[in-house]
Ligand binder design. Structure first.
Ligand code: FES
Length: 123
């Protein structure tokens, strides 16, 4: 089944997404991170904008998801990169390279909840 970017799709039951949790779901082979933080739903691309690690393996720091790979922190409601790991002298030359450190922001998706079901739209 081919999904339209304007349609919304059921991704889980509301009861599966208790406060301060997140999970990876898939719509048409797009991996999405959906979660609830301080009672508010969010949905974003599961792929880290830095180097593509799975954000579902990360954790929360306030309203930010912390990528397990290099520790970048993205606000799950605005999508903005808000914190980067502080780099130390002993880090490798690759990690000190300015190009390597660059990252965009998270891709956010529309998320809603109705009758005990959470919906995400790919737009
Ligand atoms: S891949 Fe996520 S911080 Fe580098």
């Amino acid at each position: 089944m081919k999904y339209s970017k304007t349609d919304r799709y059921p991704v889980c039951k509301s009861s599966e997404l208790v406060d301060d949790t997140m999970m990876k779901v898939s719509i048409d082979m797009v991996d999405i991170l959906v979660g609830r933080r301080n009672g508010k739903l969010f949905a974003c691309d599961n792929s880290c904008p830095h180097k593509g690690a799975s954000l579902s393996k990360g954790c929360f720091n306030g309203d930010r998801v912390v990528c397990y790979m290099h520790g970048y922190e993205y606000n799950v409601f605005t999508g903005k990169l808000e914190n980067m790991k502080s780099w130390k002298k002993e880090d490798t030359w690759v990690e000190q390279d300015m190009e390597w450190r660059k990252s965009g922001d998270l891709i956010l998706y529309s998320v809603s909840e109705e009758d005990g079901t959470v919906y995400v739209a790919l737009k």
